[in-house]
Ligand binder design. Sequence first.
Ligand SMILES: NC(=O)C1=CN([C@@H]2O[C@H](COP(=O)(O)OP(=O)(O)OC[C@H]3O[C@@H](n4cnc5c(N)ncnc54)[C@H](OP(=O)(O)O)[C@@H]3O)[C@@H](O)[C@H]2O)C=CC1
Ligand SMILES: Nc1nc(=O)c2c([nH]1)NC[C@@H]1CN(c3ccc(C(=O)N[C@@H](CCC(=O)O)C(=O)O)cc3)C=[N+]21
Length: 296
Amino acid sequence: MTARIIDGKAFAQDVRARVAEHVARIKEANGITPGLAVVLVGDDPASEVYVRSKGKATVEAGMNSYEHRLPADTPESELLALIRRLNEDPAVHGILVQLPLPSHLDSNLVINTIDPAKDVDGFHISNVGLLGTGQKAMVPCTPLGCLMLLRDLHGSLAGMEAVVVGRSNIVGKPMAQLLLGDSCTVTIAHSRTRDLPDVCRRGDILVAAVGRPEMIPGDWIKPGATVIDVGINRIERDGKKRLVGDVDFESAAKVAGAITPVPGGVGPMTIACLLANTLTACCRAHGLREPEGLTA
Ligand SMILES: NC(=O)C1=CN([C@@H]2O[C@H](COP(=O)(O)OP(=O)(O)OC[C@H]3O[C@@H](n4cnc5c(N)ncnc54)[C@H](OP(=O)(O)O)[C@@H]3O)[C@@H](O)[C@H]2O)C=CC1
Ligand SMILES: Nc1nc(=O)c2c([nH]1)NC[C@@H]1CN(c3ccc(C(=O)N[C@@H](CCC(=O)O)C(=O)O)cc3)C=[N+]21
């Protein structure tokens, strides 16, 4: 079998076009322009690239982008003061603080200082709690993007066995919550899981969010399964810099029914969902009708 390759880039383009259309409509009808503030502390080159592409995508969707770059040694009090100002700013509907933060900053405190209604990453404890109890929340972008791809492919996910490898607060745990919300039977695996290959082989859906280049080979995958590869790993091979996932694409594509590539899979969906969440936050702030099919 050769797996169908899930075109995350094309799907993300479609999401972005739908966001842009809705943005244009509320600008026209209500005179409101959604705004996203991105805060970057320090000058990590990978984060730089990522923040720039977010800013570009935001403007392309017709929204306002506000970038705040702070030096790596910014005192915590200053960062918190900036967040409080953004919380109060009516032009800002979404706030994203790029992670990871320099080690002298308490990222839990920083995230929990963001107004939950503006927390477009969905990392604030109240959004985590709302998601976990099946209430309306801001949903983390990467898991939301994965869910959109899965729903598009399968329609209903009810009753499917889903295995999520990785239990981080930003990917693994919220992904598991969303799959549970769609009535999958969910297993969360991690570095202390016994017999990981066998656990992975249970999954009709296998989500890999580990951060280890090409760790999951084809023979860990149930034949015909849908594989969602969240991993973004920069490696060097044959003297060339390359981006690879957590799944060994070549062997996995021979076994899986469908698989996301890296790049061009989950990554572009993350940015598209960030735009969707900013629009959703704006609509909720102003009591406007929310976009359809762009939330969990
Ligand atoms: N495409 C996108 O948009 C995004 C991609 N990413 C990428 O996704 C990957 C995961 O990110 P993130 O969740 O932040 O990473 P974290 O490092 O926070 O979490 C990694 C998880 O993988 C588990 N793990 C590590 N080693 C193993 C192992 N050998 N076997 C089984 N489980 C293991 C860890 O287990 P334990 O808890 O026991 O330590 C942990 O739960 C990274 O490559 C990251 O770059 C992240 C965000 C967005
Ligand atoms: N507060 C916060 N929220 C995040 O959502 C967040 C974060 N911090 N820190 C870093 C991670 C990582 N992340 C990615 C998003 C898009 C791509 C992406 O678009 N990837 C392209 C390739 C890009 C390239 O070529 O480098 C692709 O997979 O096709 C990758 C990684 C979001 N993160």
